[in-house]
Design a protein around this ligand. Structure first.
Ligand SMILES: NCc1[nH]cc(CCC(=O)O)c1CC(=O)O
Length: 315
């Protein structure tokens, strides 16, 4: 009997493309076949707003259960959706090379942040994006939306034929649009000086059981790991961990590795976008311990500068 790699995935178009890309690469490296195992998550089922569903990791918990119950062998997550606390018995065995980290404006008529008229309605479900949008353009009306990528794009007037667009623009992660082949709708890749992305944005995480017994699978995942990306996201996530921040907190974090130097930037925003605390810190980082330490130190600096008074950190 041949034992292939069972790869757990959510059913959304984005999850399916991400997972298929990873599965093909891992299977190729391991020299084994693979099959996809579809898992429904609470985040896909519920229609409530993300902040209403509450708790971290609504998209992730069901996949982790499937791993622990041995219904699949590896699971692919968007790293920014992965709770900062590890799951007992599981390990993030691979963090592949990151896609574009930026947020993308998808507007009607080619409009950009600079050219959207005052009063324009811009959709996002993310308090981080909402706050930074309000800060960049106080005249915009930010509208709370959710749903998968196509649902969101369909809300923009004239963007998706036949969809009743009631918004002037939406903001989505460039990475997701690229992976879906939908980056043609992007009218502006928002500079990270204007909008700092979420910790882990644009990166994927491949999780497996700590006790995963197949050496070919373990080795394939280790080979697929991209150290610069892993160091960057480790630092970014350490900021959230140290701030005890929830997944809906208005916080951005972005690290970049230049040579051996890891440069980490983080922002904490008030929900109305009027107070923005943004700090940068660098340190030599060649391993995950040093990267995590950098994130921890930047979080302490943010707290010392009053982060807890600016934003609802635990939301
Ligand atoms: N929270 C949903 C989610 N999780 C990951 C991505 C995009 C891809 C990525 O950041 O890797 C998205 C959609 C979005 O924010 O536009």
């Amino acid at each position: 009997m041949t034992t292939g790699i069972r790869v757990g995935t959510r059913g959304s178009a984005l999850a399916m493309t991400q997972t298929t890309t990873v599965a093909e690469r891992v299977a190729d490296l391991a020299g084994l076949p693979y099959e996809l195992v579809r898992v429904r998550t609470e985040g896909d089922v519920s229609r409530g707003s993300l902040s209403q569903i509450g708790g971290t990791g609504v998209f992730v918990a069901a996949l982790r259960d499937a791993l622990l119950e041995e219904r699949c062998d590896i699971a692919v997550h968007s790293l920014k959706d992965l709770p900062t606390l590890p799951a007992p018995g599981l390990t993030v065995a691979s963090v592949p090379e990151r896609e574009d980290v930026r947020d993308a404006l998808c507007a009607r008529d080619g409009l950009t942040l600079a050219t959207l008229p005052d009063g324009a309605r811009v959709g996002t479900g993310s308090p981080r994006r909402a706050a930074q949008l309000r800060s960049a353009r106080p005249g915009l009306e930010v509208v709370d939306i959710r749903g998968n990528v196509d649902t969101r794009l369909g809300r923009v007037a004239g963007l998706v034929p036949g969809a009743p667009g009631d918004l002037d623009a939406v903001v989505l992660a460039a990475a997701g649009l690229r992976r879906l082949g939908r980056d043609g709708v992007i009218t502006e890749l928002i500079d990270t000086d204007v909008m700092l992305p979420a910790a882990g944005q644009g990166a994927l995480a491949v999780e497996c059981r700590e006790s995963e017994a197949t050496p070919h699978v373990r080795e394939a995942l280790a080979t697929y790991d991209h150290l610069p990306t892993r160091l960057a996201v480790t630092a970014e996530r350490a900021v959230l961990l140290q701030l005890e921040a929830g997944c809906a907190a208005p916080i951005g974090a972005l690290a970049r590795l230049q040579g051996d130097e890891l440069s980490l930037e983080a922002v904490v925003c008030s929900l109305d976008g009027r107070s923005i605390l943004r700090l940068t810190r660098s340190a030599p980082a060649t391993d995950a311990v040093a990267a995590a330490q950098l994130g921890l130190e930047l979080a302490e600096e943010l707290l010392a500068a009053g982060a807890a008074g600016i934003a609802p950190l635990n939301s």
